[in-house]
Design a protein around this ligand. Structure first.
Ligand code: PNS
Length: 169
């Protein structure tokens, strides 16, 4: 079959990639919005062997699964190597990324153009909710480390995990 009917029957997939060490409300907002736009959303957690995170990859994945459990169309997987290969293996034509500020744009544009040139995968930029435009996993960890209140910046399961990991509970 050709034409709109056959196109309409295709599953529309996208990926939200990142380090997620740990997932924040900013990430979650982007994933939630992607999950409303696409049939299936993969959250791809990058394995970076040269950079030890606060949380192991399995812990990050478990936290993301917990906080996205209600969405119904979100799958969480680890990956290493090129993101475009992750996309190719799963027939994913689109990467969804949040843009917090103009300062994100330069590098994100480079990656989007590189990824498109490598495999034709498209990158869709979603403007971050202004409530979270200053938010990053690194800042959350730093503030939590020094006892600052981050309860409004991460989901409750992440707050609990952070407090436990940092010996604050
Ligand atoms: O949360 P982060 O650390 O900002 O996410 C960065 C990430 C994982 C999206 C980016 O580093 C990435 O896509 N890495 C995979 C390796 C790759 O494909 N590199 C070429 C990008 S052009």
């Amino acid at each position: 079959m050709t034409g709109p009917e056959s196109e309409g029957s295709q599953v529309r997939r996208a990926v939200c990639p990142g380090s997620f060490d740990p997932i924040t409300n900013g990430h979650l907002d982007i994933i939630a919005r992607a999950s409303r736009l696409y049939d299936e959303v993969y959250v791809a957690v990058m394995i970076n062997k040269s950079k030890k995170g606060l949380f192991e990859i399995d812990e990050r994945i478990e936290l993301i699964r917990t906080v996205t459990a209600d969405y119904g169309n979100v799958r969480v997987e680890a990956f290493h190597g090129l993101l475009v290969d992750f996309c190719k293996q799963r027939d994913i034509p689109a990467i969804v990324k949040g843009l917090r500020a103009v300062s994100d744009f330069d590098y994100e544009l480079q990656m989007a153009q590189m990824n498109n040139g490598l495999s034709g995968v498209e990158t869709l930029f979603v403007p971050t909710n202004p409530t979270y435009s200053f938010l990053s996993s690194s800042l959350v960890k730093e503030v939590a480390q020094w006892g600052g209140d981050i309860a409004h910046l991460v989901p409750p399961a992440v707050l609990e995990a952070l407090n436990k990991r940092l010996g604050k509970d």
